[in-house]
Write a protein that binds this ligand. Structure first.
Ligand code: HEC
Ligand code: HEC
Ligand code: HEC
Ligand code: HEC
Length: 429
């Protein structure tokens, strides 16, 4: 049974969460982006090592520069791989092409670029924290609160729903930028995302310690994962209503579909009846985050399962009919998810509930409910997050590693093997 957080913090979070959905993304805001150089001096965020006297580390620039993939995102566009991609797409160069810069740099308009702005900084501070035009001067003053900064255009990266939207803007796409099948066909890696895992995998330039908690909410890994799932689902459904999917063409935009529906050898027959009821040979929309959400709701909110499953199946049926029907079905499902996303981000989940969640996910995996690679990948990441949160990941290392082995390479993914290994992990719990 779900317990709501009854503290003032939960209330604050709930309200802030709703507002966060309305907050413009850093790339959409009107504020001037002053450039990484404006953050990086040695009296600001460019110290050599963490400053024990300050609220924040103040060596964020160095961590970003030396360890964070985002600082090399522009340089990636100068690599041989990017040059090859650009050539296949008929672009003169990748590092000058808007379609690449939109995700590999802080590609705001010319008017929004400050004096020290450099596109070659890649995904810099303000690509995540928002243009500093209005808050750069004031945010370092002792009297300034985080709320003051947010009011002046700083992006609320601390809130799970807002953070998910931010990361997904590049790790999935928006109405303005998208990693299309054409780009992938030219050699771009498939984009995969899970909020909690990517949060942990981004080299930390901050610490959620006592003084952080005084200023901002500390979000449990389980909530980060659940909020990420819900927002990924909603974000995908929103994109299905945009030009990327609705523009008329004989073949629809294929990156919305399960890649391996098409990309797998014909002597490896995988058909089996699925919950969505589509006939053999159907090209299916990638519904990984929604399928995972359904599995989660079996434990957390059983009453929500049937309506959601019925809407999801309607979306799958629509995908075999017409774009207009997809738009309608996607909108219905998106609206159903909205209140759910708020709850999953904010509710508190105790040890027992996390155990039940993990068991249900593994039971569904063992019953081959995650037959598509993208769903199996998300299921593994979820089980890993829950095991880390429950503290028994070290004891379960060997079966967890084995399960990971089955999703490590999407080209070698065998659904039955994933199911067997999930059962083994369940036996070891
Ligand atoms: C402006 C676009 C943009 C935003 C916003 C963004 N990323 Fe990224 N991210 C990228 C690009 C581009 C790369 C690949 C960089 C490279 O390797 O050249 C990347 C790479 C990463 C990687 C490394 C992936 C790997 O293969 O291990 C992690 C982890 C990551 N991002 C996490 C995040 C998180 C967490 C957020 C949200 C807080 C986020 N990103 C927001 C564009 C973005
Ligand atoms: C919708 C956003 C988006 C667009 C558009 C996009 N990329 Fe990326 N790209 C990413 C992200 C995110 C990653 C990191 C993926 C990961 O590791 O999870 C990435 C990874 C890459 C990588 C692999 C980097 C590595 O270290 O393995 C290359 C190369 C690349 N992109 C080149 C390009 C080029 C060239 C273009 C333009 C034709 C382009 N990208 C357009 C978001 C995008
Ligand atoms: C890919 C997105 C991303 C990039 C790029 C990025 N950050 Fe962050 N940053 C975050 C997230 C997420 C957090 C943690 C959530 C929070 O506290 O807002 C964070 C936290 C921080 C904090 C700690 C805030 C606190 O209250 O303790 C500081 C300071 C900071 N970032 C500065 C920087 C600087 C300076 C740069 C550039 C050198 C930078 N960040 C680049 C996403 C990013
Ligand atoms: C409806 C079927 C279909 C779906 C779904 C699909 N693709 Fe493709 N893909 C194709 C076809 C057809 C080609 C062109 C093959 C050729 O030119 O030989 C292709 C080509 C490619 C190529 C280039 C292969 C080569 O040898 O040049 C890559 C990479 C690729 N797809 C990745 C993906 C990814 C990643 C996804 C999922 C996000 C995906 N595809 C979804 C049908 C599909």
């Amino acid at each position: 049974m779900v317990r709501r957080k009854l503290t003032a913090l939960a209330l604050l979070l709930g309200l802030a969460g709703t507002a966060a959905l309305a907050q413009p993304l850093p790339e959409e805001g009107r504020d001037i982006h002053e450039g990484v150089a404006s953050c990086a001096t040695s009296v600001c965020h460019g110290k050599v090592s963490a400053d024990p006297a300050a609220n924040v580390w103040l060596n964020e620039y160095r961590i970003w520069l030396r360890q964070d993939y985002h600082s090399r995102a522009y340089r990636t566009l100068q690599s041989a791989q990017s040059q090859a991609i650009a050539a296949k797409l008929g672009l003169p160069s990748a590092h000058a092409a808007k379609i690449c810069l939109d995700c590999h740099a802080d590609n705001v308009t010319a008017e929004a670029r400050g004096r020290r702005f450099q596109i070659s900084d890649g995904v810099g501070c303000e690509a995540c924290h928002g243009g500093g035009g209005q808050w750069l001067e004031s945010h370092a003053e002792a009297s300034t609160s985080h709320a003051d900064n947010v009011a002046k255009g700083m992006y609320p990266t601390e809130l799970p729903l807002a953070r998910a939207r931010l990361c997904l803007s590049c790790h999935l796409g928006t109405k303005d930028k998208f990693a299309t099948h054409e780009i992938m066909g030219a050699g771009h890696p498939r984009l995969a995302f899970e909020l909690e895992t990517f949060t942990v995998n981004q080299p930390a330039h901050y610490e959620v310690d006592a003084d952080y908690r005084e200023r901002k909410p500390a979000i449990a890994p389980v909530n980060m994962w659940l909020a990420g799932l819900a927002i990924t689902g909603m974000h995908t459904l929103e994109l299905l209503q945009e030009d990327w999917f609705t523009k008329p063409s004989l073949v629809p935009e294929l990156s919305f579909f399960q890649c391996h529906a098409c990309h797998h050898p014909m002597d490896d027959l995988r058909w089996s009846e699925e919950a969505d009821g589509l006939p053999p040979g159907s090209v299916r929309l990638n519904d990984a985050s929604l399928v995972l959400l359904l599995a989660v709701l079996e434990t957390l909110e059983p009453d929500a399962v049937d309506p959601l499953r019925s809407d999801l199946n309607a979306l799958h049926r629509a995908s075999q009919q017409s774009r207009q029907q997809v738009v309608t079905a996607a909108r219905t499902l998106q609206q159903r998810l909205e209140p759910l996303a708020e709850r999953l981000g904010n509710d508190t989940y105790g040890t027992e509930q996390q155990r039940l969640l993990r068991r249900e996910l593994l039971a569904q995996a063992a019953a081959q409910r995650f037959r598509h690679f993208t769903a199996a990948e998300q299921a593994f990441l979820a089980v890993e997050t829950l095991s880390l949160s429950l503290g028994d990941a070290p004891r379960l290392k060997s079966p967890l590693d084995a399960l990971y082995g089955s999703v490590e390479d999407e080209n070698r993914f065998v659904p039955q093997q994933f199911a067997v290994l999930a059962r083994q992990l369940m036996g070891a719990l």
